[in-house]
Design a protein around this ligand. Structure first.
Ligand SMILES: [Fe+2]
Length: 149
């Protein structure tokens, strides 16, 4: 079986089911994007579709994290949100470049997505996860947010 472009690893778990599930899906979507990218073709039709799906899902996922952070008055909210915002800005810029110039190499975009996602999860999201897990241990979370949904 062909090796996957991105693979889930246990070390990426932030300890919060809803976030972990969405990260799983994000990895799956990035793999689809990579597959579409490899298929190539004159106009990369599949790539454009997969790219839009990725951008939509990233927006949805960041929305979930944003909601959680605001609900708990997360102290690092501004830093975390800034990372999300800069990432969205960069991906939209690259998507725009791609859509306006089909010769643009989509591989660079897919690689950027992978590298950013892995480092963001391993540092920034993990920090948020630990904060939530500690709140939960202290019994301060249940009333604010249900981590299972
Ligand atoms: Fe995040």
């Amino acid at each position: 079986m062909a090796e996957k472009f991105m693979e889930w690893e246990d070390r990426l778990s932030v300890g919060v089911p809803i976030i972990d599930e969405q990260h799983h899906r994000l990895i799956e979507i990035t793999n689809n994007l990579y597959d579409a990218c490899r298929q190539g073709g004159a106009i990369y039709e599949g790539f454009t579709t997969a790219l839009h799906e990725t951008v939509d899902y990233v927006g949805y996922h960041f929305g979930t994290e944003d909601k959680i952070m605001r609900r708990i008055n997360y102290p690092d909210y501004a830093t975390h949100k800034k990372e999300h915002d800069l990432f969205v800005k960069e991906v939209l810029k690259q998507m725009h470049d791609y859509e306006n110039d089909k010769t643009y190499a989509p591989h660079a975009l897919v690689r950027y997505l992978k590298d950013w996602t892995l480092s963001h999860i391993a540092l920034t999201d993990l920090k948020l996860g630990s904060y939530l897990v500690n709140m939960k241990k202290a019994g301060a979370l249940e009333k604010i947010i249900d981590l299972k949904s």
